[in-house]
Design a protein around this ligand. Structure first.
Ligand code: ZN
Length: 174
């Protein structure tokens, strides 16, 4: 299971809308395994397929804090069917925006429909960190990043720093 390269903002692919998947087969399960490995290695608690360059509606998540009790969640074609009026604020980061964090307000609870690792229809009621993580990842599938919720000034500053960071990283590789 190779790990995949995570795409860093700014990159136009991160702004594209991902397409629904038609079926869950072995090829897709292999991608899910690779994405999970990539996410654990990063390390992160959520990864959308677009972040590894694949414009499909697929997400892997694991918000368990205990390394010995991993609880991966594979969400294929996730759809939010309910969002609470109550909101909560979490400090969010993103594997595509390394080193940057911001407090983001989102509905505290969300319910989703999705297909699981075996292609079975499932329903999940999420709150707390899991709810935030699911909403952050589904945003990725629609080309939205957490910085889009910030003021233009803050957002521009972060993107500028990331541009510089990407240049530095490229230099090292050359
Ligand atoms: Zn992210």
């Amino acid at each position: 299971m190779p790990t995949k390269k995570i795409i860093i903002e700014p990159d136009p692919i991160l702004r594209k809308k991902s397409e629904s998947l038609e079926k869950v087969d072995n090829e897709l399960r292999k991608l899910m395994d690779d994405m999970l490995k990539t996410m654990y290695a990063a390390p992160g608690i959520g990864l959308a397929a677009v972040q590894v360059g694949i414009l499909k509606r697929l997400i892997v998540i694991d918000v368990s804090k205990d390394d010995n009790k991993k609880a991966p969640l594979f969400l294929v074609n996730p759809q939010i069917i309910y969002k609470s009026k109550n909101t909560s604020i979490h400090e969010e980061g993103c594997l595509s925006l390394p080193g940057h964090f911001a407090e983001i307000e989102r509905p505290s609870e969300c319910h989703i429909d999705y297909l699981d690792y075996n292609g079975k229809k499932k329903n999940l009621k999420a709150d707390g960190l899991l709810s935030t993580c699911i909403q952050h990842e589904i945003d990725h599938l629609d080309g939205v990043l957490f910085v889009d919720y910030l003021s233009k000034l803050k957002k521009d500053m972060i993107i500028k720093k990331l541009k510089k960071y990407k240049k530095e990283v490229d230099k090292v590789i050359i």
